[in-house]
Design a protein around this ligand. Structure first.
Ligand code: 13P
Length: 254
């Protein structure tokens, strides 16, 4: 049975001390909340992951993820982090394919596929991000674009790999813009994605994969978006940097 998940992507924000403080405050904000079978994942800046785990890793309800990971085991890749380096500090989840990586760092489907394979070979769970640009939606091409993004990076995987995949549909036009997809737009896309997984694999794989929505999720819209049958939670940017807002969004899946 798939889980509901709220994940926070802190992007390039917060120092070590600010990161520790924010996790502590979030932990306090949700201390009386029954998280049930749901998951909370936070992705701080990678250089701060170790300090965060060491200082606040005792709240087992919160899991931590890297925002990125390289496709090689190790080597001359200045500035990058590898699967073994992440595992060495106790990190077993990574984002791959965020639109900011695709746009600002030219990460294309060939590269993303290599990263996906590298993560899975190392038993690292992936939050795989994808989504269309505004012009794709305006020209009504969003379904085709999303289908291609998934086909080119994920549909070579085996059925059994999918237990380590979380999908995060993030329409680029909704990221950091305040322009959220409507609950109906999100549901339409999520149902389409689940159906694609069913067609390329089977109903069991499709029913078990969590599909998160990301893009201007806030306490005021989270509950309605998450109430849609194929929306299994959210990947949160700006609102994940505010303890009260993030806690409210977590409460929306509980
Ligand atoms: P915002 O919630 O700030 O729109 O960012 C979404 C996002 O990019 C999460 O990965």
């Amino acid at each position: 049975m798939r889980k509901k998940i709220v994940a926070g992507n802190w992007k390039m924000n917060l120092t070590k001390d600010e990161s520790i403080k924010l996790v502590k405050t979030i932990s306090t904000e949700i201390q009386n909340q029954n998280i049930k079978n749901n998951r909370i994942i936070i992705a701080p800046v990678s250089i701060n992951l170790h300090a965060v785990l060491n200082n606040v890793g005792n709240d087992k309800r919160i899991e931590y993820a890297s925002q990125n990971m390289h496709f090689a085991n190790n080597g001359a890749f200045t500035g990058e982090v590898s699967a073994s380096i992440l595992k060495g500090i106790g990190i077993y989840i990574t984002l791959i394919g965020h639109s900011e990586r695709r746009v600002y760092f030219n990460e294309d489907t060939v590269l993303l596929k290599k990263k996906v394979d590298q993560a899975l070979n190392n038993n690292i769970e992936i939050i795989f991000c994808f989504g269309e640009e505004l012009e794709d939606r305006e020209s009504k091409n969003q379904l085709k674009i999303v289908e291609n993004q998934l086909k080119n990076t994920l549909f070579h995987l085996k059925d059994s790999d999918w237990k380590n995949i979380i999908l995060a549909y993030e329409p680029v036009w909704a990221i950091g813009t305040g322009m959220t997809a409507s609950p109906e737009q999100a549901q339409e896309m999520h149902a389409f994605i689940r159906n694609l997984v069913a067609k390329n694999y089977n109903e069991t794989v499709a029913e078990n994969v969590s599909i998160l929505y990301g893009g201007s999720v806030k306490p005021t819209n989270a509950k309605e978006i998450f109430s849609k049958p194929d929306v299994d939670g959210g990947l949160i940017g700006g609102a994940a940097l505010k303890a009260k807002d993030f806690a409210e969004i977590i409460k929306a899946i509980c």
